[in-house]
Unconditional design. Sequence first.
Length: 116
Amino acid sequence: QVQLVESGGSLVQPGGSLTLTCAGSGFNFRFYTMSWYRRGPRQDPEKPRELLAFIGGVTGDIEYADSVKGRFTISRDNDKNEVYLQMTNLQPEDTAVYYCNNGAVWGQGTQVTVSS
């Protein structure tokens, strides 16, 4: 069974940092492009989640959304079947549920709250 499990979400103060982890199982992780998305509390649930970053499986190519470029870093460890999202200089507008995706399956999400 294909499964993605996110972890690492927390309450953090503005300007703080956090690293999220997504553990994959049930598929050949190293060959899949892995992505991070988020949905904020004010986002219309009928609209797609916001794509933040992705990292290629074979090529390792990386792309970021403009909203997080320079603050977030995506990486992966294919031996552990994990993908990470390092987040720095977090701001209240980064408050959201963060999800990972392998192109077909979503994790359950992890809550990040940025507040003083």
